[in-house]
Design a protein around this ligand. Structure first.
Ligand code: PDD
Length: 285
């Protein structure tokens, strides 16, 4: 069954969907996006994704109101049309289409695109075996807190990791870890403290990160939001990443060296279970 996608107010067959060649998302990556997981047919952390979307739009002064536009209903309709039970909904809003110019145009209508992707997120095999990462310098721009579509560097680095026979990269600013190619990075120290980089313009303010930190604190776990180095990550008891589609994913190797005993640890395993259990209780229908 071919997918139906949403483009600027209409649900259309994916083969006949189109956006303008002058779209500024296409020409300048002048666009923001969100990825929302669907499990058991419900949306995970929908409200938080919408709030971050509003912030990204405001930072770029793109004129689109997700609530007035009925974004939740658009998500629902797309989910129903594609019978999506588990996977994700990708949403992209660009400034719109205008003749190519480095001066951003005003008063153009934003382009809004949504599509679904089916995926087995809950029973992902990587969660059982853990992922292996290599490191690379973080050469992205310095407004990583805005969820823009300029993902070329991340895509190239992730591809480099796959070519090197591992799963992903962790990016470094000097000797400190910023984040993964499309995830936030965390470690658990030998005395059981969950350490994660504090929010700033250096990293995306991950929705999964925020949820996991909340649930961990509610369980009485110690959480420290501070910068950590590559050496500290390598010396940690455990490491893991978070993202809307990976949830909590253990990292068992960094630059060819095992993290802890090189196996999926109890801490990350527990955090994944906790995140899934809590998320299931809060699904947006
Ligand atoms: N990426 N950091 C970066 C650079 C990301 O691209 C992502 C998510 C995250 C995690 O954020 P969240 O928990 O809100 O998904 C952190 C999405 C999943 C993607 O690009 O597909």
């Amino acid at each position: 069954m071919a997918r139906e996608v949403y483009v600027n107010g209409a649900f259309v067959d994916e083969a006949s969907a189109s956006v303008s060649v002058f779209d500024r998302g296409f020409l300048f990556a002048d666009a923001v996006y969100e990825v929302t997981a669907v499990i058991d047919g419900g949306f995970v952390d929908f409200a938080a994704h919408q709030t971050r979307l509003q912030r990204s739009l405001a930072e770029l002064a793109i004129d689109y109101d997700p609530i007035a536009s009925g974004l939740l209903d658009i998500h629902r309709e797309l989910r129903e049309r594609n019978q999506l039970h588990e996977g994700l909904i990708y949403l992209q809003i660009s400034r719109g289409a205008a003749d190519r110019s480095f001066i951003k145009p005003t008063a153009i209508a934003p382009s809004v695109v949504l599509f679904t992707q089916q995926a087995a997120l809950v029973d992902a095999p990587d969660a059982q075996r853990g992922i292996r990462v290599i490191t690379c310098p973080d050469l992205r721009w310095h407004r990583r807190d805005i969820k823009t579509t300029q993902l070329l560097y991340s895509s190239l680095m992730k591809s480099q990791a796959i070519d090197a026979g591992v799963d992903d990269v962790w990016m470094l600013e000097g000797d400190t870890v910023t984040e993964g190619s499309s995830s936030n990075a965390h470690i658990i120290t030998h005395d059981g403290v969950l350490v994660t980089r504090p929010l700033s313009t250096d990293i995306l303010h991950g929705i999964t990160r925020a949820a996991v930190l909340n649930y961990a604190r509610e369980q009485g776990l110690r959480v420290e939001e501070r910068v950590f180095t590559l050496a500290q990550a390598k010396a940690a008891k455990e490491a893991f990443i978070t993202s809307a589609t990976a949830f909590v994913m253990p990292v068992v190797e960094i630059d060819g060296e095992p993290v802890g005993d090189g196996q999926v640890g109890q801490g990350a395993k527990r955090m994944r279970e906790l995140y899934l259990a809590e998320s299931r209780q809060r699904l947006q229908s």
